[in-house]
Design a protein around this ligand. Structure first.
Ligand SMILES: NC(=O)C1=CN([C@@H]2O[C@H](COP(=O)(O)OP(=O)(O)OC[C@H]3O[C@@H](n4cnc5c(N)ncnc54)[C@H](O)[C@@H]3O)[C@@H](O)[C@H]2O)C=CC1
Ligand SMILES: NCC(=O)COP(=O)(O)O
Length: 329
């Protein structure tokens, strides 16, 4: 069977079976299957009752099944059940295996991209000694690279946190010139390659209130951030900042840049989730393959109740397809 690039599936790793991952994957499949083949990786016993699916062992079979409205599944047998809202540690290794399997399929050219459903990080640590704080770090390890970048994007805003899943008390220590430089270079390259922005305008937040207020409220801006920005400006990058984080996200300010690079997780994610929670997408930049994800988590409080909104998952799948098209072109 000949498979053109657009017929290759986007793989969906199941995520936490007790969360909303399986139900939003099935709902998203219904929304996109006619034009975007998918391949779900997980234990089919964890799919919502009544899901029309078929197990396959060759990803090339996904296109025809998807077109016909039957969810293609590469099964990963797991030890546990999926009781909505209660993670079963017996599933933890299978959840991790689904991510690794998806990466293998993308890396060997059998799939276009991976879109990951949310994991419950504590459940993976408890059940399988998962050594990573999230997908982002695990995917970097699978790819054998040291530094990747987390970007969250909605229609109104793109943001990148320089430090990611670390305690707030550790942020200032982890923020180094090397980390900031690499983050800006990876973001700049991805904006050009994956998002078609030829000369990206990148706004950079300060770490401290009022971006340090000339050193009166912190010195990281003077000692580290500004020198990094000056060095990269001299190489031609269009950088604004360091900016006061409290005033860089209002509507008029957002017109001045294509992406905002922030110093820590919540500085970046609060504005983007406030502006576009329903359609926000988490994308990992700097990997040798394409990975997107919905911006939200496992939502145990609503799992299995038919309340989960699949829009963010749909946006993540659409973004993965657009990125794959851009790379193919
Ligand atoms: N990419 C990933 O794997 C991510 C995993 N997580 C994990 O998810 C778990 C829960 O995290 P929380 O902070 O509680 O965030 P959450 O996003 O799971 O839930 C926050 C609130 O938003 C609601 N919500 C989330 N997604 C929704 C949807 N699609 N439709 C309707 N309502 C929705 C939930 O019901 C809840 O009230 C944690 O273990 C966290 O680490 C969180 C973010 C991303
Ligand atoms: N807060 C974002 C988040 O937790 C997503 O993490 P990851 O699993 O995509 O690394």
């Amino acid at each position: 069977m000949i498979t053109t690039p657009a017929q290759k599936p986007i793989v969906i790793s199941c995520g936490e079976p007790a969360g909303i991952g399986p139900e939003i994957a099935v709902a998203a499949f219904r929304a996109v299957h006619a034009d975007t083949p998918l391949l779900w990786l997980g234990d089919p016993r964890h799919l919502p009752a009544g899901t029309d699916y078929a197990c396959i062992d060759d990803p090339a079979a996904a296109a025809d099944l998807s077109a016909a409205g039957t969810l293609p599944v590469m099964p990963i047998t797991m030890g546990g059940t999926a009781i909505a809202g209660t993670a079963d540690p017996a599933n933890a290794q299978g959840v991790i295996d689904a991510i690794a399997k998806g990466v293998a399929l993308v890396t060997n050219g059998q799939a276009r991209a991976i879109c990951t459903a949310p994991i419950h990080k504590a459940a993976l640590i408890d059940g399988a000694d998962f050594a990573y704080p999230g997908h982002t770090e695990y995917l970097a390890a699978l790819a054998g690279i040291d530094r990747v970048v987390m970007m969250l994007a909605c229609d109104a805003l793109r943001v990148v946190p320089v430090t990611i899943h670390v305690p707030l008390a550790q942020v200032a220590t982890d923020l180094t010139a090397s980390l900031l430089t690499d983050t800006l270079l990876i973001t700049h390259a991805a904006m050009r390659r994956d998002f078609g922005v030829k000369r990206p305008r990148i706004a950079v937040a300060g770490l401290n209130p009022h971006a340090g207020e000339d050193g009166k409220m912190g010195v990281e801006e003077i000692e580290m951030i500004t020198p990094v920005l000056d060095a990269l400006r001299s190489e031609g990058m269009d950088l604004i900042g360091p900016m006061s984080a409290d005033t860089m996200f209002h509507a008029a300010a957002r017109q001045n840049y294509d992406v905002a690079v922030c110093m820590y997780h919540d500085q970046a994610l609060i504005p983007v989730k406030t502006l576009g929670f329903d359609t926000g997408v988490n994308v990992t930049l700097g990997l040798p393959f394409i990975r997107t994800s919905p911006d939200h988590g496992t939502a145990f409080d609503i799992a299995g109740k038919g309340l989960a909104n699949p829009s963010s998952m749909i946006a993540a799948i659409r973004m993965a397809a657009t990125m794959a098209d851009a790379r193919h072109d």
